[in-house]
Design a protein around this ligand. Structure first.
Ligand SMILES: Cc1ncc(COP(=O)(O)O)c(C=O)c1O
Length: 490
């Protein structure tokens, strides 16, 4: 047992002695620290009060073993008897229990302890989460990930356990450069790759790098994630919408907008589901070339095209003007917390400077594990497995809707893990959202992704349906709930 006495600030010296007592948990006998604030003039009295309070509010959990009275007394500089008396009073109150030969413990299920925090987890209300873009957590390749983690740890040098470089660990940047070139046609050298905490962090870094150059306007697709627009606004940039139609974002309007950069989802517009047409890709490359404009390509689900007509990343058309961004959140899980960027030379230093300033870093062991997974082919295998699963779901979704709600229309590329569902005449998005919530369903109408009211009212009422998240067993139940919600809103 260890007792550490920490000197409190001078002005508090008369009032408090902060003491850290090491306790033991019965199930593991592991050391637990408990910090107690004691009055140096009335140590015994304040020890009793502090222990009682810690037990009552749950800070000192049931089933924790207290230090032996002799050791605690020696560390606090008080008589052993005084500690024994404190323990006895708490024993008499039922807060502690004595176990023959094994010391004094906080009583199991003794007194009412601190109430459990109110559950804010939406899953209590929303059992089926169909928000656009969530992957199937039950498909996470647990054994492959565990093996990759094990190998990464076994092979990590001591130096690899220190603070890593802000751009990410070298093996992962190498593996990503190879993978992205092979799977997405991205032109990347390992030196151009930066590893971030998901695509979200990459976007924040790039936004701040743009703002640091005194640029202000950034074009965004008229439909997209509100959180991405918030990232820009937080960096001091002004998002300006570009209309989205059947060819993707109307990039022909970029010339007149006065924007320095544009954020796009060329492979699979989020959430409307169309690819950027080849005509518009060419226009976009021409805009970047002639104005020095920057393209931020969000390739969030580029690997998940099911019809064999995968379109490569836009980046290869204008590598010097494009920040290519991707994520492991779809092929693995958002819990892995890794995204990446391929940076054009002109932005590289400023983005890395922003990263250093942000004080954040992606954990090096997880990065090394992902490098192992990619190099072993495990990442590709996960993508292939998921592709098959999501393709089957997309087909089943269309079949079930054709029977259960034949007056709806499923829209969007046969790709990714979400699609659009155009509602029958007269049915409103808000009512379907509400009827869905009553059935434990969480999803949004297309208007929730619109940048402005004009965009929101420009299309017939439509739901964005993510078909990735429910596990296989509950998939049909989820689709039945969608149909029931539409029926209830008719
Ligand atoms: C359009 C879009 N971009 C990017 C992402 C990935 O974000 P992150 O890597 O931060 O999880 C998502 C995830 O849902 C998405 O829907």
């Amino acid at each position: 047992m260890v007792v550490v006495v920490v000197m409190p600030p001078r002005y508090e010296w008369q009032r408090a002695l902060v003491t850290s007592i090491r306790m033991a948990r019965n199930w593991a006998n592991s050391g637990l620290d408990l910090h107690l604030r004691l009055d140096p003039r009335r140590k015994v009295h304040s020890l009793e009060r502090a222990l009682r309070a810690a037990i009552d509010d749950g800070t000192l959990a049931a089933g924790t073993r207290l230090p032996a009275s002799r050791a605690l007394a020696a560390d606090l500089g008080i008589a052993r008897n005084s500690v024994v008396e404190v323990y006895e009073r708490l024993l008499a109150e039922g807060r502690l229990e004595a176990r023959v030969g094994s010391g004094t413990w906080v009583r199991e299920l003794a007194l009412p302890s601190r109430p459990a925090p109110a559950r804010v987890d939406r899953s209590t209300r929303f059992e089926l989460d169909l928000r656009g873009g969530l992957p199937d957590a039950s498909a996470f390749p647990r054994s492959a990930w565990l093996a990759a983690m094990r190998q990464a740890l076994a092979e990590a040098s001591n130096a690899a356990l220190a603070y890593g470089p802000p751009e990410g660990v070298a093996p992962l940047r190498l593996a990503l450069a190879e993978y992205l070139g092979r799977a997405r046609g991205v032109r990347a050298h390992a030196d151009d790759v930066v590893v971030t905490h998901g695509f979200g962090e990459l976007l924040g870094l790039v936004a701040r790098a743009i703002a640091a150059r005194g640029r202000r306007r950034i074009a965004v697709e008229a439909y997209g994630h509100a959180s991405h627009r918030e990232v820009f606004a937080a960096a001091g940039l002004e998002p300006v919408p570009l209309a989205v139609d059947s060819e993707g974002a109307d990039v022909s309007r970029l010339h007149g907008l006065g924007a320095e950069a544009v954020l796009l989802t060329p492979a699979h517009q989020f959430p409307t589901g169309v690819p950027l047409s080849s005509r518009r890709r060419a226009l976009l490359a021409e805009w970047a070339d002639s104005t020095g404009g920057l393209v931020i390509e969000d390739d969030y689900d580029g690997e998940f095209r099911f019809d064999g007509r995968s379109i490569g990343a836009f980046q290869s058309l204008a590598p010097d003007s494009t920040v290519y961004g991707g994520t492991a959140s779809k092929a693995l899980s958002p819990a892995v917390g890794i995204g990446w960027g391929v940076l054009p030379p002109r932005l590289r230093d400023e983005v890395l400077a922003q990263r250093r300033r942000s004080g954040s870093a992606t954990d090096a062991l997880t990065q090394s594990a992902l490098a192992v997974l990619i190099a072993s082919g495990g990442y590709d295998r996960s993508v292939r497995t998921l592709r098959g699963r999501y393709r089957a779901r997309r087909e089943r979704f269309e079949q079930l809707l054709a029977v259960g709600a034949p007056d709806t229309r499923v829209l969007g590329l046969v790709a990714g893990i979400h699609c659009l569902l155009e509602l029958p005449e007269g049915v409103r998005e808000a009512e379907v959202v509400e009827a869905g919530a009553e059935r434990g369903l969480r999803f949004d109408g297309l208007a929730a992704y619109a940048t402005d009211g004009e965009t929101a009212s420009s299309r017939p009422p439509t739901m964005v349906v993510g078909f990735g998240a429910p596990p296989d067993l509950r998939f049909e139940q989820a689709v039945a709930a969608v149909i029931a919600a539409i029926d209830a809103a008719r």
